[in-house]
Each structure stands twice: as C-alpha cells, then as structure tokens.
Design a protein around this ligand. Structure first.
Ligand code: SAM
Length: 256
C-alpha cells in the first residue's frame, strides 16, 4: 500500500516515520509513505500555494493549481496504479474503524493536508474523491489528521501487527464476516497484568482461573457493559444475542 502525502510541511512527518508501527511497516516494505512538498508544484518565484479568499474575509486559501498539478504528476508517474485522493477536512466523513478498514483495501492513497482557511472548493469537488475528518473539532492543518489516518489504516493491514498486538479484539473492531461499511464493534474489555494484587486492588478472580470459556464470557460481558455505560450509541449498531440482551437488562439500574 502506498500513501502519497501532499503537504507544505513534509518535515512534520519525519519523527512519526521513525517510530513504532509506521517505521516497522515502511522498513518491511509492506507500506510506502511518500512525502510531497506542495511548493514544488508551484510555478512562481515565491512558490506561492495560497491566496486571499474571493469575497473577502480573514485567512488564506490553498490555490487549486498546485494541488491539481501535484496529483496529476503522481497519476502520470504510475498510471496503472489508480489513485484514491482524500482531502483531510473537518467537513469530511468521520474517520471510524470501519472507514479505516475500507481504506486499508486501497492500493494507493493520496492524502491532501490543508492549512489556513482550507482549500479552494474546486479541489473538493473535482480532485478529491473523498473528504475525511478525524473528529468534530478544527486543527490548524491536515498533517496530524493525515498521520492519524495512516496509523489507523496501516495497523489493519494483514501482517503489520504481530499476534501480540492483534487488532481483532480492539475497541470498534468490525467483527469478522461483517462488511466494512457496516457499523462498529464494541469497546474493548478491561485488561490486567501482574501483580495480581496492587494496593489492595485485586485482579478479577476469573482471569486467574485458567478456565478459557469462563474468561471469554467474562471479557465479552465486560465489553458489553463498558459499551453500554460509555457508548450506548454503538450498541445500536451491534448484533446482540438473546444472552447479551439478558445481560444488559440485568445491568439496568446498577451503579458504577
Ligand atoms: N475553515 C475550515 C473549516 O472550518 O471547515 C477549517 C480549516 S483548518 C483551520 C485547516 C486544515 O486543517 C483543513 O483544510 C484540513 O486539512 C485540516 N483539518 C483541520 N481539522 C481537521 C479535522 N478535524 N479533520 C481533518 N482535517 C482537519
């Protein structure tokens, strides 16, 4: 999988590319991340990428020409590998685990990082095929959102995470067999490690029992309970068994 990141701050990514998952995935060749300086696609002496908004108002807007030039140059480099062009934007569809899962099937993703007041709307309408937001808040630039999209997507690629870090049990994991467009999964269950007792707080007995079926059931119930208490909106999107429903019913009226 290849990410083509278009930004006015390519150096911004150096640190995240030298650590953890992104470093491993790129070093092993499973993923290629290319950084493209938008200023290299300008045609004036000052490498101008922005201009004042028509109609007045504060801030600057990314001009369309350098962005179209950059994407068209990338497409021309490897016409047989189709590009999926994504504009990072607070107005885009929300990044969820299911959206990341969907992106993880793309071969070549272009991530356009905006700045200032954003980008000329013609980029949104005629160049990008998707707009993605990392949440209902506004950041100063698309670089951190692009890093979030890459990290979330790359960890879903087969073989990138080792068994120890498997993402199947993670919060929101789309259950096997569901379509990616489908809803999210549950929140993850609580985790504990040694010592079994810390400052008088004991690890739940069942986790020390060695009874795998009991442990599986306990984890599933805790995941259901956490989701019900913290993110009941997610429950509406999950297929619950009769037993799940009975368990949730039994929680009603209980204090935390
Ligand atoms: N004026 C724009 C608006 O209100 O919708 C906000 C522009 S923001 C200051 C500058 C750039 O940061 C955007 O073009 C986008 O690339 C990026 N950005 C900011 N918040 C984002 C978010 N929540 N998700 C994705 N990208 C974001």
């Amino acid at each position: 999988m290849t990410f083509e990141v278009i930004t006015i701050f390519p150096d911004f990514f150096h640190s995240i590319l030298e650590h953890g998952l992104l470093k491993r995935a790129t070093a092993s060749g499973q993923v290629t991340i290319r950084l493209h300086d938008l200023r290299e696609y300008t045609d004036d002496r000052h490498h101008t990428v922005d201009d004042r908004p028509f109609g007045g108002g504060p801030g600057m807007v990314f001009k369309p020409e350098p962005l179209f030039r950059a994407v068209e140059a990338l497409q021309g480099e490897a016409p047989e590998r189709s590009l999926r062009v994504i504009l990072l934007s607070p107005q885009g569809r929300l990044l969820t685990q299911a959206v990341a899962e969907e992106l993880s099937h793309a071969e070549r993703l272009v991530l356009i990082c905006g700045r200032y007041e954003g980008v000329d709307e013609r980029v949104t309408e005629h160049l990008a095929c998707d707009e993605i937001s990392i949440g209902d808040f506004v950041m100063s630039g698309g670089e951190l959102p692009a890093a979030v999209v890459m990290e979330t997507t790359i960890r879903l690629l087969p073989g990138v995470l080792g068994n120890e870090e498997s993402c199947e049990q993670d919060s929101f994991a789309v259950p096997a067999g569901s379509s990616a467009a489908e809803a999210q999964g549950l929140l993850d269950c609580p985790h504990y490690t040694r010592p079994a007792e810390f400052r008088n707080w004991k690890v739940p007995e069942v986790l020390l029992s060695g009874d795998h079926e009991e442990i599986r059931q306990w984890r599933h119930r805790r995941a259901l309970e956490k989701t019900w208490r913290r993110r009941p909106d997610l429950l509406a999107q999950v297929t619950l068994s009769e037993e799940d429903r009975r368990w949730l019913e039994s929680l009603k009226g209980t204090e935390l």
